[in-house]
Design a protein around this ligand. Sequence first.
Ligand SMILES: [Zn+2]
Length: 140
Amino acid sequence: MPLTCPQCGAQNPDNANACFACGASITGYAPMVQPYHHINQIQQPYGQPPSPYYGTGGKEQNTMNSGKRIPSALLALFLGGLGVHKFYLGYNKEGVILLLASVFTCGAAGLVAFIEAIIYLTKSDEEFDRIYVQGRKGWF
Ligand SMILES: [Zn+2]
């Protein structure tokens, strides 16, 4: 069975290694494709880097989070003059002071609580815990 040259289509004897008409390699034709395939495999881009935290939903990094920031801010906002957010955070002395101050100022001291509520809301949970839960900062 004669070999057909892949380059020019000439019929060559079945023991030919190269085309008699154009000189193209006949038996070596297929192997010549392989190096390209090999290179492509090496140059394949790496897969996307693994995404951290997706598996746990990011909860693991919040082990220090007391979850008291939003409740404290809401208590300060709505019941601020009564010092409830102070008691909630364990600041009993400050809570009493704020409560008495509100009584003596006819509620004007509630402005202090209102400002504190805004401050709480501008902090991150981490900052809030560091300053008010661990740091024991009584005012603002
Ligand atoms: Zn040929």
